[in-house]
Design a protein. Structure first.
Length: 240
C-alpha cells in the first residue's frame, strides 16, 4: 500500500514538472519583442530587405495623403512620420513603396525615410518668370543669340526653321561640331538631337527669351560655345 502511494506521488510530481516546463513566457510570444517598428499609419512596410527609392518634385495636397508630383508628371502618395515639409514645397524624398496603404492616389505610397527641401528646376518656378508665354513653333522659329553685351545678331548662335513636314529644326554647334536637331514644343519642350547627345529642356524666359537648360544626369555640353549648366543659358530672338 505504501509502495502504491509512493508511485502515485512520483507520477504526480513528474506531471507537475512537465506542466511547468511547457509554460511560455510573454516575452517568447510572437510580436512581443520591444523596439519593433509599428509602421506608418498610412502604409504597411514591405517585408524583407528595403528597396529605397529617391524621387524629387512638388508636394501637393492629396485626398487622403500628401502627393509628390515629379517633373515627368508621375505622382506618388507620401507617408510621413514627422516633417515640416508640406504642400507647395519642392523636395527630394527617399523611402520604400508600401505593400498596402489607404492612400489611393498616385502610382504607389512612398513610406518616407528622409526628406529635404531643394531648389526647384527653372521650369518649375513661378510661371510669371516665363512671362506667361507658351513655347510654340512660332515662338521658337527665328535666329537666336545668347543674352548679354556680346550679343550679335549678325552671327546668331542658332537658327530654327520649319521643314517640309512642319517640324521646327534647329541648326547650331554642339561641343564645337555642327549639329541639326528638332525643337520639341510639346508638353515638355526641349531640343532633341541624335544619340549620344542629351536632350536639352527649354523654357520661355519672357517676354523675349528662350532658356536652354542642362539635361539631367548627363555630361555638360556646349551650345554655340556656351556651357549649358546650372540654371541654363538665356537666348534672345533677333529681329526678323
Amino acid at each position: 500500500m505504501d509502495e502504491r502511494k509512493f508511485t502515485a506521488a512520483l507520477v504526480g510530481a513528474l506531471i507537475a514538472l512537465a506542466a511547468c516546463a511547457g509554460e511560455t513566457s510573454p516575452s517568447s510570444q510572437p510580436g512581443a519583442e520591444a523596439g519593433g517598428d509599428p509602421g506608418s499609419a498610412a502604409g504597411t512596410r514591405p517585408s524583407g530587405e528595403p528597396e529605397l527609392l529617391t524621387l524629387e518634385g512638388r508636394i501637393e495636397e492629396g485626398v487622403e495623403c500628401p502627393v509628390l508630383r515629379t517633373p515627368d508628371g508621375e505622382t506618388y502618395a507620401l507617408s510621413f512620420r514627422d516633417t515640416e515639409i508640406g504642400a507647395g514645397d519642392y523636395a527630394r524624398v527617399t523611402g520604400e513603396i508600401a505593400d498596402a496603404s489607404f492612400c489611393m492616389q498616385g502610382q504607389g505610397t512612398l513610406i518616407v525615410e528622409d526628406a529635404s527641401r531643394i531648389d526647384p528646376p527653372a521650369r518649375d518656378r513661378d510661371p510669371a518668370r516665363a512671362g506667361g508665354i507658351a513655347v510654340t513653333s512660332d515662338y521658337v522659329r527665328g535666329s537666336w543669340v545668347a543674352k548679354g553685351v556680346d550679343a550679335d545678331c549678325d552671327r546668331p548662335d542658332f537658327d530654327v526653321t520649319a521643314n517640309s513636314r512642319g517640324m521646327s529644326i534647329i541648326e547650331t554647334r554642339i561641343n564645337g561640331y555642327p549639329e541639326t536637331g528638332v525643337v520639341d514644343v510639346g508638353p515638355t519642350p526641349a531640343l532633341q538631337w541624335d544619340e549620344p547627345l542629351p536632350t536639352l529642356p527649354i523654357e520661355a524666359r519672357g517676354p523675349d527669351g528662350l532658356a536652354v537648360m542642362p539635361a539631367q544626369n548627363a555630361e555638360t555640353v556646349t551650345l554655340a560655345g556656351h556651357r549649358i549648366e546650372g540654371d541654363g543659358v538665356v537666348f534672345i530672338k533677333c529681329a526678323a
